[in-house]
Ligand binder design. Structure first.
Ligand code: SF4
Length: 89
């Protein structure tokens, strides 16, 4: 578990052309996402659940890497959508 300098919390952020959303109610704190993409995901030091980092200053992860993070999450807590999909939350 690292130090989240810029946690966004259970919200959405954007990396490159991909929007990322995490559902902290579903997260079981396995840490797979933080191990795989530590510039995008971290875990809360309070409850061990996922937090999104401010990725504006990070190197953008590839779309393929983000899809892999989704597949590795055992609880289905991570979802992706194209940034310009027109879908509103
Ligand atoms: S991989 Fe999924 S369950 Fe594990 S910490 Fe990340 S979001 Fe939570």
């Amino acid at each position: 578990m690292g130090d989240a300098e810029n946690p966004v919390g259970d919200a959405e952020t954007t990396v490159g052309d991909t929007g990322i959303r995490v559902d902290r109610d579903r997260c079981m704190g396995s840490g797979q996402c933080t191990l795989f993409l530590p510039d995008v995901f971290d875990q809360s030091e309070d409850d061990g659940k996922v937090v999104l980092l401010d990725t504006a200053a990070s190197d953008p992860a590839s779309a393929a890497a983000l899809r892999t993070a989704v597949m590795r999450c055992p609880s289905g807590a991570i979802s992706l959508r194209p940034r310009d999909s027109g879908v509103t939350a």
